[in-house]
Design a protein around this ligand. Structure first.
Ligand SMILES: [Zn+2]
Length: 321
């Protein structure tokens, strides 16, 4: 019997991987401080791609202030991320693909390439995955707020990249990084867990219910609505579990556990081609294929499974490998 029922609350892409030191964003000429600090580590990005060293275990291709691509990029394209493993860490957003083509020789190692994070995220170590996910999320936001949504004027970057400000003196609207809240929920009825699958997923893969929170809706309301819409099951209780930033492009996944009556019948919907109640025994036997271990969906399933199982979910042979 597994007796530890306390859920792991630090999910992948979350946790203290960076010291944000938000007060440092207020410092005038913070760029000079970064430039003059020999320990500052710079991350280079183009669009939503980031410079990564490709190998079996990929890693960030950090560069120093002396790097030509750092020196040639105006500081309004720099963004202070915080202090990573004790070093100041700055994101440098190169403007065009052209700058990569002309500077291949400036990249420090042959294996370093600008890559999209999504396929790499689970291969990076946890701290670097969190750092690149954070950097990607704020790049995505900046790239979509170059012009004011109210008056159409250009915006300028303030507070070390964390605020965008409309340049029109009649407007002066301030924009902060946008995060889209989404709920993700494991519904159980004792021995069974409610999981569904989308038509495009690998055969046999099932996961928890998820969806965006709508304006005028509490998180609990969103949980109840999404579960009902996607599975036709009414939840009877909702309890918060943990959360996970998910910058693809800008979500914060808010994880919940919910319960439903034992006689609740699940039916598929337009969003899910199949929904089913799975027993612990079925999950122990590898039916269904569960979401990746780095996902909050897996963590929710794990938290429920481990409360009354002979072996922890992560120790099952088909999960461990
Ligand atoms: Zn404006």
């Amino acid at each position: 019997m597994i007796t530890d029922i306390h859920p792991p609350t630090v999910n992948f892409l979350a946790g203290p991987y960076i010291d944000r030191r938000t007060e440092a964003r207020e410092q005038l000429h913070w760029e000079d401080a970064a430039r003059n600090d020999l320990t500052t580590r710079f991350i280079l990005a183009v669009g939503l791609t980031q410079l990564v060293i490709s190998q079996d275990t990929p890693c960030i291709a950090f560069v120093g202030a002396e790097h030509p691509l750092v020196q040639s990029t105006p500081s309004e394209h720099w963004l202070l991320l915080g202090w990573f493993q004790g070093s100041r860490c700055v994101l440098v957003q190169l403007e065009t693909i052209h700058s990569i083509d002309t500077s291949t020789a400036l990249i420090t190692t042959a294996e370093a390439r600008f890559q999209e994070l999504r396929p790499l995220v689970a291969l990076l170590n946890e701290a670097e995955a969190g750092l690149l996910a954070y950097a990607r999320a704020i790049s995505y936001w900046q790239q979509r707020h170059r012009y004011c949504g109210l008056c159409g004027s250009k915006t300028s970057i303030q507070r070390a990249g964390h605020v965008m400000h409309c340049s029109s003196v009649e407007c002066e609207t301030v924009f902060f990084p946008r995060i889209d809240p989404a709920i993700i929920v494991l519904v159980t009825n004792g021995e069974c867990a409610l999981l569904g699958r989308q038509r495009t997923w690998t055969t046999g893969r099932y996961s928890t219910v998820a969806g965006f929170v709508e304006p005028g809706e509490s998180l609990e309301d969103a949980v109840a609505r999404e579960v009902l819409e996607e599975t036709h099951v009414a939840v009877t209780a909702v309890c918060y579990h943990s959360s996970q930033p998910w910058p693809f492009p800008s979500s914060l996944m808010l994880g919940f556990m919910a319960t439903a009556r034992k006689d609740s019948i699940a039916r598929s919907s337009s969003e899910l081609e199949d929904v089913r109640w799975f027993t612990r025994t079925e999950i122990s036997n590898g039916v269904p294929i569960l979401p990746p271990k780095t996902s909050i969906s897996f963590r929710l399933i794990e938290a429920w499974f481990n409360t009354d199982a002979q072996i922890a979910l992560s120790d099952l042979p088909h999960i461990r490998r």
